[in-house]
Design a protein around this ligand. Structure first.
Ligand code: PHE
Length: 449
């Protein structure tokens, strides 16, 4: 995105640039840290199935809705709702989205910091500096958490200050295929280890009796989190999208790559859990309750790398955590871009100042979390698991009943000529007006009450 236009807004350099940026936003810790953790704590395969249903039947239509709102209004989430309807309530939905984004970013920065710190843990372990490895790899050390969070937020602010630059588009282009390649190699390695079958079974053979309302909400929240939906990130990214592009096609690419990478990560992590357990790493207690929490992947993956042994383990370990840090960076960039674009558009602040101000405020929250990591689960539950689907529900109501799906389809027509007569957009309207909001509402109500 170049920020050269007079109004301080830019557009993506190319269609590929947009898809990369949107996929960069979607693919991140959500796929490789959050998805396997949620799956492992919700019984594996049952969670996977509900998650896939949520991504394709609820997430994908809402992604199209967010992109159309963004491209039509050319605004940040609050400005977009203001300009597309006179209703006074909906700008508050934009504010809610911004709040969710800010709170998600505050803990995301900590996990991203852990990811980057594990690059060093791998190196120190390899070189026999075990004390240094233990020091840096200690999740309960608030000081270390804070240093890495500052580092990560610093990089995020730097990128946002320059506008989402070509640099990050290029980095994503290289990084994502490499990350996928490493994931595939590691998965193949794990699947051939004796004892892996039990993990594959847990991941792929659903036990439908495990489906509870809690599981369904967790899967729905995970779909929103992973696809970057419900808080206006894709309204904002859509506002930089050129009229030539086909929104439906772009949303399709983003959804499929995001879901594909999460699926692959599960295929790696679930069997690894069983292997790690056979080596004495405690993930479930005797009653079968999940104990590992947000540090799950940092407990089991290093185990795997050390098992691979020697230089091979080092190369895989370092590249894995480094690439995952980059994937996290393209997500933190999108999380910070939303409140920043709001401050730029609605309060007339310059981009550089806005990015710094918002970034440092979020960092203040991250620093509190650094010293109280047990807050992560609570903030994550309120603002991701509940907050994002709630935002998604309100976006459906807005597009379905206030802005109207016919206006959205008019917007989709740019870049998708036959949109008005296509079965796809007819079905999409039905999903946005009825199926998605009703499903989300039922799930939210049943879990909360
Ligand atoms: N989708 C990102 C991930 O999976 C996280 C994110 C959530 C980014 C919401 C933007 C908005 O890591």
């Amino acid at each position: 995105m170049a920020t050269t236009s007079a109004d301080n807004r830019g557009t993506w350099n190319s269609k590929f640039g947009f898809i990369l940026a949107a996929a960069g936003s979607a693919v991140g810790l959500g796929n490789i840290w959050r998805f396997p953790t949620e799956a492992a704590s919700n019984g594996g395969a049952a969670f996977l199935i509900i998650y896939l249903i949520c991504c394709f039947l609820i997430g994908f239509p809402i992604m199209i809705a967010e992109l159309s709102i963004g491209r039509n209004s050319q605004k940040n989430p609050v400005g977009a709702f203001k300009s597309l309807s006179n209703n006074k309530f909906f700008p508050l939905v934009g504010m809610w989205g911004i709040l969710c984004g800010v709170m998600i970013l505050s803990f995301y920065t900590i996990i991203a910091g852990w990811t980057f710190s594990y690059v060093f843990v791998e190196i120190f372990t390899f070189t026999g500096m075990n004390e240094a490895a233990a020091f840096i790899g200690d999740f309960n050390n608030g000081f270390v958490n804070a240093i890495f969070a500052i580092l990560f937020m610093g990089c995020t602010i730097g990128i946002i200050r320059g506008g989402v630059s070509e640099g990050i588009e290029r980095a994503t282009k290289l990084m994502m295929p490499l990350l996928v390649l490493i994931l595939i190699i590691m998965t193949v390695y794990v699947l051939f280890q004796p004892g892996a079958q039990e993990g594959i079974r847990a991941y792929l053979l659903p036990d439908f009796s495990k489906i509870t309302t809690g599981l369904v909400l967790a899967a729905l929240g995970q779909a929103f989190f992973s696809l970057s939906l419900g808080m206006g990130a894709l309204i904002t990214y859509g506002s930089y999208l050129s009229k030539k592009e086909n929104i439906v096609e772009a949303a399709g690419y983003v959804t499929i790559s995001d879901v594909g990478i999460a699926f692959l990560a599960g295929l790696l992590i679930m069997p690894s859990i069983f292997l790690a357990q056979s080596q004495g790493v405690v993930i479930y207690n005797e009653a079968g309750d999940f104990l590992a929490g947000p540090s799950l992947i940092f407990q089991i993956l290093p185990e795997l790398f050390s098992q691979m042994g020697g230089i091979l383990g080092l190369v895989f370990g370092v590249s894995f955590f480094f690439l995952l840090s980059l994937a996290a960076l393209t997500s933190t960039v999108s999380l910070l871009e939303v409140p920043t674009s709001y401050v730029i558009d609605e309060h007339g602040v310059r981009r550089k100042k806005a990015a710094l101000g918002v970034g440092l405020s979020v960092l203040a929250v991250s620093l509190i979390i650094s010293f109280n990591t047990s807050l992560i689960d609570h903030i994550d539950y309120i603002f991701s698991t509940v907050g994002l689907p709630l935002g998604g529900l309100l976006i459906c109501i807005f597009v379905g009943y206030y802005w109207k799906t016919t206006s959205a389809i008019d917007e989709i027509k740019n870049g998708f000529k036959d949109a008005a007569d296509s079965w796809f957009t007819t079905a999409w309207s039905v999903f946005i007006k009825f199926i998605c909001p009703v499903l989300i509402l039922i799930i939210l109500i049943r879990t909360i009450f």
